[in-house]
Design a protein around this ligand. Structure first.
Ligand code: HEC
Length: 105
């Protein structure tokens, strides 16, 4: 299950065209297909986190997408930037989805 349950907390910034200032060059688009294509196996294109991979299938702790949701990410700010942190249930859902191979389902 692709974790778009968090979409409402991210898309305000991450559905805009890629731009360093508004979204760290990460545009996830408006729907599941574009978000999946932007994330799984894709390298970071931001200044703060370049070198990382957004979603490493099977490895949540190596996935920048997951790290950025923790209280103190290794680079840049905690997402959602300026908003309330995701709930433990939402984090579990994302971790499980990545652990299970980040399938497009
Ligand atoms: C208010 C705007 C805003 C919101 C809301 C927001 N982000 Fe971000 N995001 C940014 C900016 C700006 C950056 C680049 C700076 C940084 O990394 O701190 C970024 C960077 C990222 C990156 C790293 C991108 C890269 O290639 O290095 C990820 C992953 C990310 N955000 C995920 C999310 C997720 C998931 C949510 C929702 C839970 C979210 N963001 C909500 C503005 C936002």
């Amino acid at each position: 299950m692709f974790p778009l349950a968090t979409k409402g907390q991210c898309n305000f910034c991450h559905s805009l065209p890629p731009n360093e200032k508004s979204n760290g060059n990460l545009s996830m688009g408006e729907d599941k297909a574009s978000a999946y294509a932007a994330l799984v196996g894709k390298p970071s294109a931001s200044h703060s986190c370049s070198g990382g991979t957004l979603v490493v299938a099977g490895q949540p702790d190596a996935s920048l997408f997951f790290q950025k949701l923790s209280a103190s990410p290794a680079c840049g700010g905690r997402m959602p930037l300026g908003g309330d942190p995701l709930t433990p249930e939402q984090l579990d859902m994302i971790r499980s989805w990545i652990s299970a191979g980040a399938k497009d389902d």
